[in-house]
Design a protein around this ligand. Structure first.
Ligand SMILES: [Zn+2]
Length: 249
């Protein structure tokens, strides 16, 4: 009887695996993921309302690093972060202190990751499944810790579209990194890479970003970027939505 139960369980598992393989959808052209790092206040006050107007999804990567704890004019409050979640945006993990993972001991990284998970839990936000490497520094050891903790996606730096068929989702490249001197032409070129099974993952910080002028995006320029996504008919989603597409893992 026990053997029969085991066989049935194995059969069910096999059907589940096969079903999942067939259920995974192919990546459509013009699939864009918008991500916003560093818990900047303008993400709640300017970015989120604009994205809502366009019907776009996005992921906000939260850290309590920099002056998050003392400067509540320039960094979001947890109430604002909770409101982003309630509006349907994804809250991702960008670690407690924004330390480079390549310089951290595994236990330090695990503790910094867990801290943001706990803060999310306190705010009624689901445990994050997406991560963003602080300063874009990566390591294989860090990717392993993230996988063990249940993370499905982790964005790094780079300048190319993400190919779920060949790229590790826990070392995901970005196609665009919004900087003060970035141009609409560069943004359009990044969007144009979202085809043939590839996804354009876009990185922004504050819009504007007063405390980190080297990653500032001008609001007028940002509006033009978003208008381009609208005009192109892009599907604009949070990172977690990539789970439904066929991938390497
Ligand atoms: Zn950051």
């Amino acid at each position: 009887m026990k053997a029969l139960a085991t066989s049935l369980a194995l059969l069910g598992f096999s059907i589940g695996v096969v079903w999942h393989a067939f259920a995974a959808e192919p990546v459509p052209d013009k699939l864009v993921v918008l991500t916003f790092d560093d818990s900047v206040a303008s993400q709640a006050t300017f970015v989120a309302p604009l994205l809502k107007k366009h019907g776009f999804g996005a992921t906000f990567f939260i850290t309590e690093g920099f002056e998050f704890l003392v400067d509540k004019q320039n960094y979001m409050t947890w109430e604002q972060i909770q409101a982003l979640h309630e509006q349907g945006f994804e809250i991702g993990n960008h670690t407690r202190k924004h330390a480079g993972v390549n310089k951290q001991k595994p236990e330090q990284l695990a503790a910094d990751v867990e801290f943001i998970e706990q803060q999310c839990e306190k705010a009624g936000i689901p445990r994050p499944v997406s991560f963003c490497y602080p300063g874009y520094a990566t390591s294989k050891a860090a990717a392993k810790i993230l996988k063990e903790r249940g993370y499905q996606f982790a964005r790094a730096g780079g300048a190319k579209a993400f190919d779920p068929a060949t790229d590790d989702p826990l070392l995901m490249p970005q196609a665009f990194d919004g900087k003060p001197d970035s141009t609409l032409e560069q943004f359009k070129a990044a969007v144009a890479q979202a085809k043939d099974g590839k996804v354009a993952v876009m990185t922004f910080h504050g819009v504007p970003d007063i405390k980190h002028p080297w990653v500032n995006t001008d609001p007028v320029k940002f509006e033009a970027y978003m208008q381009h996504l609208k005009d192109e008919g892009c599907t604009v989603v949070p990172m977690r939505d990539l789970a439904k597409y066929a991938g390497k893992k």
